[in-house]
Design a protein around this ligand. Structure first.
Ligand SMILES: [Zn+2]
Length: 312
């Protein structure tokens, strides 16, 4: 542990108590340093111990601390708003390669209800999370991008490793029914080529980056009617190719011959509209991502089946 690390912890603890106790950053740092350097106490434990001392001195409960608790404990699947401060108990399912120096760690966390992406900033100077380990994470901030939620660990986040393992739930959704509609923005599309953007272009323009030279991609935004509800599903390029038998190369050829990209969506309509599918995958906003799918035999009398299902 370097002195800079202790100073960061001391500053954060100071922020938590500055309006309740007359204590300086230096004094806090000294206490931490005694525990860490002289008694070889791990930094996280030292920090907890020092915080507990000040909680006693201030006559406060841990839940009174700003940035130390008092947030709602949330299940991963219940995170549905951005900019919320929450506590979560999770297992590190997967660690990915950070694509920026500003990010110390990025990956996937999970609990019984599902999984969620996390980002840990370099400047927050937190303990390294280990894949497969379970943690209590307090004071993480939720975020949202294109309907998908994530959590960000920041410099006020506390990380406590747990002894008990966590069973990570399968958050896949399954829908089954007739493909009754294919939405606009399906077929041969162009995406923004800017790094990490991939937005679908509208008339050659990205809503973020303006006019760009797009990259071709295939997708289908479909609507499946299970007889009770309708569900929106997205087939990515791979799934679309498998579903329709039209590859990206073929689709580009078709569009070039016709001088029109819409011929691709038209052809896809013919091939799949009205057929029955079972689709399984994670949800992204209001969409189910078709990670797995299978074509089903149509009910012998689809109208009867629909009427029966609606009457339940
Ligand atoms: Zn863009």
């Amino acid at each position: 542990m370097t002195q800079t690390d202790l100073r960061t912890h001391a500053t954060e603890i100071h922020e938590q108590f500055s309006d309740r106790l007359d204590v300086t950053v230096e004094e806090i740092e000294e206490r931490l340093s005694t525990l860490v350097d002289e008694y070889q106490v791990p930094t996280d434990e030292a920090r907890r111990s020092v915080v507990n001392t000040y909680l006693d001195e201030a006559g406060m409960e841990r839940d009174d601390l700003s940035g130390g608790g008092g947030n709602e404990q949330k299940a991963v699947a219940d995170i549905d708003k951005a900019e919320e401060w929450v506590d979560i108990t999770v297992k590190v399912v997967d660690l990915w390669d950070a694509t920026s120096d500003a990010v110390a760690q990025v990956g996937l966390l999970g609990d019984e209800t599902g999984t969620i992406k996390f980002t840990k900033w370099s400047k927050s100077d937190l303990t390294e999370l280990e894949e497969g380990a379970a943690y209590d994470l307090r004071n993480v901030v939720t975020d949202e991008y294109q309907g998908r939620f994530s959590v960000k660990l920041n410099r006020t986040t506390t990380i406590e490793q747990r002894d008990e393992d966590i069973e990570v739930g399968d958050d896949a959704t399954e829908v089954e029914g007739a493909l009754v509609d294919i939405q606009s923005g399906s077929g041969l599309i162009k995406r923004c080529p800017e790094e990490d953007c991939t937005r679908v272009l509208q008339n050659g323009r990205c809503s973020e980056h303006g006019e760009v030279e797009g990259e071709f991609d295939l997708r289908i935004k479909g609507v499946i009617d299970d007889g009770i509800d309708v569900h929106e599903v997205i087939f990515d390029r791979e799934a679309t190719e498998e579903l329709t038998g039209i590859t990206l190369d073929k689709a580009q050829e078709m569009a070039m011959d016709a001088l029109d990209t819409s011929v691709v969506a038209d052809e896809m309509h013919e091939k799949i509209l009205g057929r029955y599918y079972e689709v399984r995958g994670p949800t992204l906003g209001r969409y189910v991502l078709a990670n797995e799918f299978a074509e089903l035999d149509a009910p012998a009398d689809p109208d009867a089946a629909l009427i029966k299902a609606r009457s339940i």
